[in-house]
Design a protein around this ligand. Structure first.
Ligand SMILES: Cc1cc2nc3c(=O)[nH]c(=O)nc-3n(C[C@H](O)[C@H](O)[C@H](O)COP(=O)(O)O)c2cc1C
Ligand SMILES: [Mn+2]
Length: 473
């Protein structure tokens, strides 16, 4: 996949899935209007890539929904959408280091110091509760000050002024850990933000796992070739050479300014809180750079971007610890379903504890036997109803550090109670209560048409229930 980047991906979708790529020439305002279009299309269950060519008050064109469909993300990764989870796990087990280059398209245009004005970028506001324009589609890169190991993550960025960005780093996630280390040393944390990225880079950045895993290696694994990186202009970091835009800057220790409010993936707006902020030192970009945007709030792209890497990352972690684990699904924010082939008493509870360790975002974890289809939430609820007892099968760990964006958190603090439900059959599925079924011989013999006619009294096509899309980050 050498040479692949955001532009080549857009071209590929245009050519191979034209219905998933729409160019819009009519002028649009970044003030809620792109969100209105995304929302109206989502109401029709459509999530095409939208390329807004003419955005008010900026020279940059804007692309939204880059990763809003499994079909197009899979296309970018060179697989069918059914193979996506396995492709991700293969990448985790075949990490590839980046490759340093000297010349980079992303440095075709360089603006440093006084030349920098981030307000020239599109000023996207998604919802009426957003306190300012936000940059939501940037991969934030920073280095551990001790080991030099890189971390990549998405972090919302509030446009505060021509050279100032607010940032929201979830306490406990890796970027905030790096910042804590910088503060302990009383040093600034340098960072770079990459915008306009190939889906393999987006999915790699969202790897869930150990602190010391360099997400750029996951990006390489997903592409099957190293990520090309170039030395940044004003910070000691190497940045993706073929991104569209790089913002370079640093966060000073112990300085805080109000950040927020912002409509989040939970479906709620998070309020204004004093937080660290970025002093922007440089912007570099390609000629005719395209601004990659992700619609804030609980929209399809944000939810899918989180889920595609999260499920295989957590499954990989769980199976390496407990091979009895069969599959996982994130059906809602902070929620994980796991299915297991149980071989021992108490194994489901061991899985629950391991799942809490796999990702701090897991607040509720339900474990079922592997006869339950996790894509069918109704079947999971049924298992809780018929295979679990509150006193015996519920685990609760009170007051654990958790995502402060959970609007139900206790006393406004970033802590939640972690709850696990062992909804496996006890002592085992084999000797659990009998499951009634029609004898196979009768099922084979009975032909529906012989009894109720060809259409079975139905005039329209039977509606097929599709599992609701997975949601969490
Ligand atoms: C579009 C998008 C926006 C996100 N915004 C934030 C954010 O503002 N703050 C944050 O801490 N995490 C945010 N996340 C989640 C993290 O980027 C994600 O959990 C990442 O994997 C964390 O990296 P880490 O495991 O290296 O800490 C966002 C994720 C997505 C997909
Ligand atoms: Mn990390």
């Amino acid at each position: 996949m050498l040479g692949k980047d955001f532009r080549s991906f857009l071209e590929e979708v245009k050519e191979k899935h034209p219905s998933n790529y729409i160019e819009i020439d009519k002028e649009i305002s970044p003030l809620y209007e792109t969100t209105a279009i995304v929302t109206k299309l989502e109401q029709q269950k459509r999530t095409p890539i939208l390329h807004f060519k003419n955005v008010k008050d900026t020279e940059f064109s804007v692309v939204v929904n880059t990763c809003a469909s499994r079909t197009t993300v899979a296309l970018g990764l060179g697989v069918d959408k059914r193979e996506l989870p396995q492709k991700y796990r293969d990448a985790l087990n075949n990490l590839i280091e980046p490759n340093l280059v000297k010349e980079a398209p992303v440095q075709e245009i360089i603006q440093v110091g006084d030349q920098v004005d981030i307000m020239k970028l599109p000023q996207m506001r998604y919802h009426d509760t957003d306190g300012a324009p936000y940059i939501s589609g940037g991969i934030v890169m920073a280095k551990d000050p001790d080991t030099g190991s890189y971390n990549c993550s998405y972090d919302r960025l509030m446009m505060k002024g021509s050279r100032k960005l607010g940032i929201y780093m979830t306490p406990g996630k890796h970027l905030s850990q790096i910042y804590e280390k910088a503060e302990q040393r009383n040093e600034p944390m340098q960072l770079a933000i990459a915008l306009g990225n190939h889906p393999a880079w987006c999915m790699g950045a969202l790897f869930i796992g150990p602190y010391d895993t360099d997400e750029r290696h996951v990006m390489g694994g997903l592409m099957g070739s190293p990520l090309d990186v170039v030395q940044a202009q004003t910070v000691d970091l190497q940045v993706p050479a073929r991104s569209e835009i790089i913002i370079e800057g640093e966060i000073l220790p112990f300085e805080r300014e109000e950040e927020g409010p912002y409509g989040e993936f939970t479906g709620y707006s998070a309020g204004q809180v004093p937080r660290p902020f970025i002093n922007v030192k440089a912007i570099t970009h390609r000629q005719g750079a395209i601004f990659q945007d992700i619609c804030g709030g609980p929209h399809r792209e944000l939810l899918l971007m989180s889920t595609i890497p999260m499920e295989p990352s957590i499954l990989d972690f769980l199976q390496k610890n407990i091979p009895a684990v069969q599959s996982v699904r994130c059906p809602a924010p902070f929620t994980l379903f796991v299915s297991i082939k149980k071989s021992r008493d108490g194994q489901a509870k061991q899985v629950i504890l391991t799942a809490f360790a796999a990702d701090m975002q897991v607040k509720h974890c339900v474990v079922v036997d592997d006869d339950i289809d996790l894509t069918n939430s109704q079947a999971v609820i049924q298992a809780i109803a018929t295979r679990a007892q509150g006193d015996r099968d519920l685990i609760m760990i009170k007051g654990v550090s958790h995502d402060e964006l959970d609007p139900s958190r206790s006393e406004g603090k970033p802590i939640s109670d972690k709850v696990g439900i062992d909804a496996t059959a006890k002592p085992s599925l084999e000797i659990f209560a009998a499951k009634p079924k029609v004898p196979a011989e009768v099922m084979d013999r009975i032909n529906l048409e012989d009894y109720i006619g060809k259409n079975g009294g139905k005039s329209s096509r039977e509606s097929q229930e599709t599992p609701s899309e997975t949601v969490t980050r």
